[in-house]
Design a protein around this ligand. Structure first.
Ligand SMILES: [Zn+2]
Length: 131
């Protein structure tokens, strides 16, 4: 089985390491359902991160204000959005659907990021604070 297909241009060494850790921890049985996706850092988002279609933008400065678990939670949550095609419409947007947010959290937890998601929700709140 192939590893999930992604390309990234993450320049921050710490984020680079954490993105790889998330990818590595996604159980193999999910890989076949992934389409190619992209991850970039250095974006200046209104949020910690943003998903647009199959591309994830990470706001390096914002993310680096959190501890490792929270960052892992955010990255896994964003990848779960891509996995579920939550941001396939062409406009960048804040995820308005609470269902999407819950589904992304649930999927990230299924991948094993239970502690991380719980920690970030405790810190950032239940819904749209984190996108
Ligand atoms: Zn989200």
């Amino acid at each position: 089985m192939d590893k999930c297909t992604f390309e990234m241009d993450v320049k921050d060494p710490m984020l680079y390491k954490l993105v790889n850790e998330v990818i590595k921890r996604i159980p193999e049985k999910y890989n076949d359902n992934f389409e190619l996706f992209y991850i970039y850092d250095g974006a200046d988002c209104k949020w910690n991160a943003m998903v647009l279609g199959n591309t994830i933008y990470l706001d390096t400065n914002r993310l680096k204000s959190y501890d490792t678990d929270v960052i892992l939670g955010i990255i896994s949550h964003e990848i779960a959005h891509v996995y579920h095609h939550h941001a396939d419409d062409p406009e960048p947007r804040q995820h308005e659907s609470l269902d999407d947010e819950c589904q992304a959290d649930k999927t990230a937890k299924e991948w094993g990021f239970v502690k991380e998601i719980e920690k970030l929700r405790k810190l950032l709140g239940e819904t749209t604070m984190l996108e």
